[in-house]
Design a protein. Structure first.
Length: 114
């Protein structure tokens, strides 16, 4: 048995097929992009940051440093007139031994060897 469609019904069927196809493509693309790994953060230049000169924005570019922690680093640095050693980072609220261990290699102080 053959089923015949009017021109209007044919257009409606083509439209519905296009909608289903577009939805399938969008869903597949969404799944693909959700599974892909996030891009790695790009850190400030290739070298290290001068702990006594780095601004809040530069500090925030490092892993584990958000706006609040960057602000605390800048405030302590201003109070002291600068850091005397990188180890003084541990005195910033929110930087313990573990975080210090992850951050220390991102910094240098002017006059120290890089």
């Amino acid at each position: 048995m053959m089923v015949y469609f009017t021109p209007q019904e044919k257009r409606a069927l083509v439209f519905l097929c296009c909608v289903v196809l577009a939805g399938s493509v969008a869903e597949a693309a969404g799944k693909h992009f959700r599974r892909s790994r996030p891009l790695p953060r790009i850190y400030y230049r290739v070298g290290k940051l001068d702990l006594n000169r780095a601004g809040k924005e530069e500090l925030c570019s490092l892993p584990g440093i958000g706006e609040k922690l960057a602000e605390r680093i800048c405030v302590l640095r201003a109070r002291r007139g600068g850091f005397g050693s990188i180890g003084e980072l541990k005195e910033v609220e929110g930087i313990g031994e573990a975080k210090y261990g992850r951050l220390k290699d991102f910094f240098y102080l002017e006059g120290e060897e890089r």
